[in-house]
Design a protein around this ligand. Structure first.
Ligand code: KG4
Ligand code: ZN
Length: 352
């Protein structure tokens, strides 16, 4: 079965071709970073317009790269939620229209199920059951996975997602959008233990997260160090000479706090479920410190950790094509409707 995957839930247009026998044939990601950079974050209307411009040319390119024609395709998988409604509508409409024109089935895919299954595109794949840590710009969730579609949310963020906290703190530090990877880079130059941030919600039982306080803690330290908060109107008289080093130290402490907090919750999740396999996925799973920390954790627990290759951690079409192929094989096409669901729980998905 050969499936065309279309991802358009936020600020990346991702297109891929996945074959259930041959694997990933081609994939391309067009990132809208330049479109949103001047605004310091994603502008939904601009995102939709850019998906309109880029989706069809990217589909043509990916199909040409893989030497695939429409008659070779078994179906089209598209992200129908959760995400930005306008952006989702673009991908949904294009996917459904092409499927109708080419007389092939189309299937809706849950964006977070896509992330969760992305490690299945690697050479060594995790066996079920596993605990999945989903860490992206919009979600932070720990999910118990018994099989594809059998998902139980064990805990999630009650406020900002981990990626969102990275992005907001990066913005305070004056880093460009998207801040997560930039903050991680700056943190490499930071001196450990110069600052100490809290590990939120680790002093009580449970698997929920809260990251918004860390952004405030970072803002307080930036101000206390006499550094102008990026975006703030009040003028800071004289900034200290070693501004860049202080910023790097704060970035280091912030990243350490996020990584430690996530690791504590992952340890609890594997202890509570007795499951020895941990999967990490979503944009923040590209973070090197997080990967190192969780590898150590699972080594101690005599278990394994799995994650996607770097370019499949953030949004992409390959994960959508893979998840869609699983659902098409089991259920075939679903009704001829354009479905875009900005809010949609992963627990609502049918089992495979
Ligand atoms: O999964 P994703 O591409 O989009 C959503 O579904 O939200 O995740 C994007 C998020 C952004 O917040 C970005 O800053 C963060 O992932 N991110 C990182 C890193 N790479 C991407 N955060 C920390 N360290 C990284 N290396
Ligand atoms: Zn995502």
């Amino acid at each position: 079965m050969l499936v065309l995957g279309i991802e358009s839930s936020c600020d990346e247009t991702g297109i891929a071709l996945y074959d259930t026998e041959k694997g990933l044939l081609a994939h391309e990601i067009y990132s809208q970073i330049e479109v949103h950079a001047d605004y310091g974050g994603v502008v939904p209307e601009l995102a939709s317009r850019d998906h309109v411009r880029k989706t069809i040319p990217l589909i043509k390119q990916v199909m040409a790269d893989a030497n695939v024609s429409p008659s070779d395709l078994s179906g089209i998988a598209y992200t129908s939620g959760p995400g930005l409604i306008g952006a989702l509508m673009v991908g949904s409409c294009i996917a459904r229209s092409l499927a109708y024109a080419w007389n092939i089935p189309a299937v809706e895919v849950h964006h977070m199920e896509g992330h969760l299954l992305a490690p299945m595109l690697e050479d060594t794949q995790p066996d079920f059951p596993f605990v999945a840590l989903l860490v992206s710009g919009g979600h932070t969730q720990l999910v118990e996975v018994q099989a594809i579609g059998q998902y139980k949310i064990l805990g999630e963020s009650i406020d900002d997602a981990a990626g969102e906290a990275f992005d907001k703190t990066a913005k305070l530090l004056g880093l460009d959008y998207p801040g997560g990877p930039m903050l991680a880079k700056l943190a490499e130059k930071g001196t450990p233990n110069k600052y100490k941030f809290p590990r939120p919600m680790t002093d009580r039982p449970g698997l929920d997260f809260s990251f918004s306080g860390l952004k405030t803690a970072a803002a307080n330290e930036i101000r206390a160090a006499g550094i102008q908060l990026a975006g703030s109107k009040s003028e800071q008289a004289d900034e200290p000479e070693n501004v860049e080093q202080i910023k790097a130290d704060i970035a280091h402490a912030f990243q350490q706090a996020v990584v430690d907090t996530i690791a504590i919750k992952c340890r609890r999740a594997v202890e509570q479920t007795g499951i020895k396999t941990l999967v990490i996925a979503g944009g923040v799973s590209a973070n090197t410190e997080l990967r190192i920390k969780l590898k150590e954790l699972m080594k101690k627990n005599r278990g394994d950790v799995f994650y996607p290759r770097h370019d499949l951690c953030t949004d992409n079409g390959a994960m959508i094509a893979y998840a869609g192929a699983q659902r098409l094989q089991k259920y075939g096409s679903n009704e001829l409707k354009v479905k875009a669901k900005p809010r949609w729980s992963i627990e609502e998905l049918p089992e495979i």
